[in-house]
Design a protein around this ligand. Sequence first.
Ligand code: SF4
Length: 319
Amino acid sequence: MDNRDTLIEVRNLKKFFSIGDNTLKAVNDISFEIKRGETLGVVGESGCGKSTAGRTLLRLYDATGGDVLFEGKSIMNLNNQEMKAMRRNMQMIFQDPYASLNPRMTVGDIIGEALDIHGLATGQKRKERIQELLSLVSLNPEHMNRFPHEFSGGQRQRIGIARALAVEPKFIVCDEPISALDVSVQAQVVNLLEQLQEKMGLTYMFIAHDLSMVKYISDRVAVMYLGKMVELAESDALYEKPLHPYTQALLSAIPIPDPEVERNRERIVLQGDVPSPMNPPSGCHFRTRCPKAMPECAASVPVWKEVEPGHFAACHLYN
Ligand code: SF4
């Protein structure tokens, strides 16, 4: 992993929203890299800022602060024309495939639209490319004249994937792409994403709300809580030795298939609800629910630190 070069570098990224007199700090100063060809999983409860982070990173939202570099080049100050060219490299797959597909357009036109915007193919070539993309995601190329409602949920997500792939991107933000699907279909979509990654050398940021979902697809996993990144590590290290009390609690909630292990292990039940992101606790945002909170946790914000090689955490236990 360390030998791979960096495709995306995120530096101190912030995205704040003004709501009345209040400021919602949806993404509050996060920094990380994504290596070429890897999958970075990003996990957290709803409202933690993971989807906003994905969208801000692609400039679907304007950042409040910080920088995003793609292949070493900042995308933050690109003009519309330059950003349009950059969008070919960076695509998104959405959580709700039905809401993200125009119900009045045929599947061929939904996928073809991406080709048109970037002037990639016309006429017969366009048709052939659409059929090729449908085959790539294991849909019947003959169905290009059908409408989204004629497909199942899993098939619609495949259409969303084909649309993202039409412009031959290098990087895809997958925003909870399987959360809305039946459990039986989830594994198929994950397998498809993995096959495509191998075939096309894709790099993914895979956003999910629970750790069990990202375990198998991610090379590294980041955990977010109330707009902050609290831990980031190689998947194995994160699952075997989570450092942050929040990650420990999330992992303790995942059932283990072995009944003996399941019976004897400690389960950490978090007290209280997630505080409002409008008014997060002082110091460490997790302190109101943390079983290991100490006086200093209220006084100062824990520093994001490389505690072990490649294993980062923001917690006073390690500061
Ligand atoms: Fe818990 Fe304190 Fe660490 Fe926050 S900084 S996770 S409150 S021990």
